[in-house]
Design a protein around this ligand. Structure first.
Ligand code: ADP
Ligand code: MG
Length: 252
């Protein structure tokens, strides 16, 4: 049985006069892995940030799980802070630049959200955080501070930290782009493991081979629109549009 976990309809976002997302609609089913590719500036990060409400859309509707928010221009009042916080917590975001708290150990980074936001008792949060660090292969680094970790290790802590909030969907914005090439694999392995467990994910990535391997659906963004969308065997291997072919040609 499939069920829709993310549904976006008519999503729009401008920064001043610059229209960055133009009427985006898409649907993601539970357990699907969606790879989002496309040129720099095409709106990939803005789309992820809208789903996570780090950026507030100008119009359209976003539903994640059983929660939905309609954005319809400046006369509509935004939902209450409480509703926004709950909505935000339904997705976990991993950024290119880790954004770990530098003054906290790996374990404390992973515990922080559950303790302060979910009010999970400390002992329980610590036990869950250790389990997550084990899952990303870093239990033995639990008491290290971020500056004593490699980029790949920092990113794996960031993934554990996002998972600690028990989101229904994970969003990765170029999670491996800032890493030295030899550290990319360990992070992709963790992401692959999550895919295998059935986690619903959207991955903005330039790792085309990885997208082909793990994605159920590939979205090609161009100039703020979904230019092409479908299984990797089509969008990556047999793109229907010239702009997709031109973009992918760079990776050959
Ligand atoms: P991508 O992730 O595909 O490279 P982005 O979503 O980051 O693209 O950016 C799309 C466009 O929106 C770019 O032209 C970028 O300069 C612009 N943009 C993104 N965020 C902002 C912002 N906060 N203020 C103004 N312009 C922005
Ligand atoms: Mg981006």
């Amino acid at each position: 049985m499939t069920s829709t976990v993310i549904e976006i309809a008519g999503l729009r976002k401008s920064f001043g006069a610059h229209v960055v997302l133009k009427d985006i609609s898409l649907k993601i089913e539970r357990g699907q892995v969606v790879a989002m590719i496309g040129p720099s500036g095409s709106g990939k990060s803005t789309l992820l940030r809208c789903i996570n409400l780090l950026t507030v859309p100008d119009g359209g509707r976003i539903a994640v799980g059983d929660q939905a928010i309609q954005f319809s221009g400046r006369d509509t009042a935004l939902p209450s802070e409480r509703k926004l916080a709950k909505f935000r917590a339904s997705t976990g975001m991993v950024f290119q630049h880790f954004n770990l708290f530098p003054h906290m150990t790996a374990l404390q980074n992973v515990m922080e959200g559950p303790v302060t936001v979910l009010k999970t008792p400390k002992a329980q949060a610590a036990a869950e955080a250790r389990a997550l660090l084990q899952k990303v292969g870093l239990l033995e680094r639990a008491d290290y501070y971020p500056d004593k970790l490699s980029g790949g290790q920092k990113q794996r802590v960031a993934i554990a930290r996002a998972l600690a909030m028990k989101p229904g969907v994970m969003l990765f914005d170029e999670a491996t782009s800032a890493l030295d090439p030899e550290l990319v694999g360990e992070v992709l392995t963790v992401i692959k493991g999550l895919a295998k467990e059935g986690m619903t994910m959207i991955l903005v990535t330039h790792e085309i081979g990885f997208a082909r391997e793990v994605a159920d659906q590939v979205i090609f963004m161009r100039d703020g629109v979904v230019a092409e969308c479908g299984p990797p065997g089509i969008v990556i291997d047999n793109p229907q549009q010239e702009s997709t072919r031109a973009f992918l040609g760079r990776f050959k």
